[in-house]
Design a protein around this ligand. Structure first.
Ligand SMILES: [Zn+2]
Length: 210
């Protein structure tokens, strides 16, 4: 979850993120749950924390209104977080990931429910986001051949990866890479020549189109 998403949750007092993160207001030294009904602070005064403990360590005191301190012990939340960490770290290996999720000790149904309650996304929606983000970063910042990237983000075939990427972004992976790596482009992530793996990209696109 990035800071913009956290800020949106704070602005909307979104209780589905209670326990997922906390925010502190630098000018008051108080920290709150995202759902706190007190006046929405100015964004530049806000800091985000992963836990109530972290907010306290940084010298913030719990808000008397929303009592974020009462959220500090949450075994269910921990399970949801563990599931999320597993997805983040094992996205490239579906089988291992499925096993590890099973080892959390909840039924698939219960885990799915818990995850959705905490993050507002299904496990598969979240996995897709992680795949897409990882693919974007690798495309933008590395010269890794696209076939390797597809594999690294958990696709067994290049064409499945192409379909997925195009559906999510409206672009092919190689077009996306060119946008990011264009030497004169404004958002060029990598100013060096980006031709090293172009032969690979072209053949990948041909295979996709066939
Ligand atoms: Zn509060």
């Amino acid at each position: 979850m990035n800071e913009d998403a956290k800020w949106a949750a704070v602005s909307e007092n979104d209780s589905s993120f209670d326990g997922v993160f906390f925010y502190g207001v630098k000018t008051t030294g108080i920290f709150c749950r995202p759902s706190c009904k007190s006046k929405v602070p100015r964004r530049e005064n806000v800091r985000f924390f992963d836990s109530a403990g972290q907010a306290r360590q940084e010298g913030f005191r719990p808000c008397k209104r929303c009592r974020p301190d009462l959220l500090s012990y949450q075994p269910l939340k921990e399970l949801a977080e563990k599931a999320k960490d597993l997805i983040d770290s094992s996205i490239e290996n579906k089988l291992a990931l499925a096993n590890e999720l099973r080892n959390l000790g909840l039924t698939q149904h219960r885990l799915a429910e818990l995850f959705r309650d905490h993050y507002g996304l299904t496990i598969s929606e979240y996995s897709q986001r992680v795949r897409l983000e990882k693919a974007r970063v690798m495309l933008a910042a590395t010269r890794e051949p696209i076939a390797n990237i597809a594999f690294d983000v958990g696709f067994e075939s290049l064409s499945a990866f192409y379909r997925f990427f195009r559906k999510q972004t409206g672009m092919t992976p190689s077009a996306y890479r060119q946008t990011c790596q264009r030497p004169t482009g404004q958002n060029s992530a990598n100013r060096g020549p980006a031709n090293q793996s172009s032969a690979n990209q072209i053949s990948a696109e041909k295979r996709e189109e066939n």
